[in-house]
Design a protein around this ligand. Structure first.
Ligand code: EPS
Length: 385
């Protein structure tokens, strides 16, 4: 499954086309809207989220609540566009009083994008570099999640760190209470850590700061042997890494033990193999995070992401005016103090899209009945292994 998206942060709408969705999948706008609402929530989000209530319109590829095997086009209207229609007009002349963005923010795409595009108005760049575009990823990811659900696979995320506040290890290692995560304004499974994270965000807001953090992603119910070891493109760790690093502000991706695997001896890193009649082959630990040799090994995929703080600061850093070359303060505009919880929802979507593709490559892409039958045949073969 592939998606292509278009749309600026303050343009008329965001549009995404998803190709390769098999026929026969139940899909409604409500299902996608549920995921879009999850992306909008989170303590520390900026003023924009109280303007928008992201709602998708399904323009093609679905009939009577089921996919029909053709490309699915989705659109989400930007309510804020009415406040920007003159500055973001697609035709005509720029307004006389247009204020150009010529003080690039350190940490954003402003300066490099201006070099790239040959413009002195960073707005040309920041409108698309804005994380508003992740609406499209979540809309596409909702379709992937629906497909994975049919295959018995779930994808979840929780926040394990915001700024200096870290979730104690005993919570991260235990069975996660996903309902508690959904009810936490910072998507953290522990109440006390949630409160500490909220205070950390309040302090950052008062100081004109922004905060990053860590997100843990977990995919459960996966069949072993998805992906491949023979070519770089087949390797799932590489595909997943690429997808997750494409999310704005993601600076690190660790699989299982991650960087810690490099400091421990092999006997403490690799997951021993066991067999029981009921469970079949399984592992006694999951340090690999569910992936070995570029393939799923039947355990849960476990990934930790690091998100940097958002670059728009209310106490701005120094920069240089693109036109006068004078030292200035970077532009300061409405922004989020912390978007780590939203990043988790976006990351779930990107992971779901890659996993769906791995299933599709192995079990076909025509219609859901055929895919289900192929999965059953594979399960039956594994049961005899
Ligand atoms: C976002 C919408 C944006 C920002 C944020 C994400 O709205 P606006 O720019 O109108 O305030 O809240 O954008 C960024 C983090 C960024 O770096 O541009 C959204 O819908 O997620």
């Amino acid at each position: 499954m592939h998606y292509v998206s278009a749309g600026e942060s303050h343009g008329r709408a965001l549009t995404v086309i998803v190709e390769g969705v098999p026929a026969g999948l139940e899909l409604t706008a409500d299902y996608i809207n549920y995921e879009l609402a999850r992306r909008q929530r989170g303590y520390g989000r900026g003023g924009r989220m109280s303007i928008e209530t992201d709602r998708v319109e399904i323009l093609s590829g679905v009939r009577f609540g089921r996919t029909i095997g053709s490309p699915i086009a989705l659109q989400v209207i930007n309510k804020d566009w009415t406040n920007w229609s003159d500055r973001m007009a697609t035709d005509g002349e720029a307004p006389q009083d247009l204020v150009r963005e010529q003080t690039p923010r350190p940490g954003h795409a402003d300066l490099s994008g201006s070099f790239r595009n040959g413009t002195h108005d960073c707005r040309d760049i920041l409108e698309r570099a804005s994380a508003r575009e992740t609406v499209c990823r979540v809309a596409a990811g909702a379709i992937a999640k629906a497909l994975l659900q049919d295959m018995g696979v779930s994808v979840h995320s929780f926040v394990s760190r915001i700024g200096s506040i870290e979730l104690p290890l005993e919570f991260a290692d235990a069975n996660i209470d996903w309902e508690a995560v959904e009810n936490s304004p910072v998507r953290c499974p522990d109440q006390a850590t949630t409160e500490a994270m909220k205070l950390e965000i309040d302090r950052a807001l008062q100081a004109g700061e922004s905060l990053g953090g860590w997100v843990v992603l977990i995919a459960q119910g996966l069949l072993p042997g998805l992906g491949g070891y023979a070519t770089p493109r087949e390797r799932l760790a590489s595909r997943i890494g690429e997808a997750l690093f494409s999310i704005p502000a993601v600076k690190g991706v660790e699989f299982g033990l991650g960087f810690d695997a490099a400091i421990l001896p092999g006997s403490l890193v690799h997951d021993e193999i066991a067999f029981e009649k009921e469970r079949g082959f399984h592992r006694l630990s999951n340090n690999a995070g569910g992936l070995e040799g570029g393939m799923t090994n039947g355990e849960s995929i476990e990934i930790t992401l690091a998100m940097k703080p958002i670059p728009t600061l209310m106490t701005p850093l120094s920069t240089v005016d693109l036109v006068t070359h004078e030292m200035r303060q970077a532009s300061k505009e409405r922004s989020d103090v912390c978007a780590v919880p939203a990043c988790g929802v976006v990351a779930e979507s990107e992971l779901a899209l890659v996993l769906t593709e791995a299933y599709r490559l192995r079990f076909g892409d025509g219609c859901l009945q055929d895919i289900r039958a192929n999965i059953e045949a594979y399960r039956a073969r594994l049961a005899r292994f």
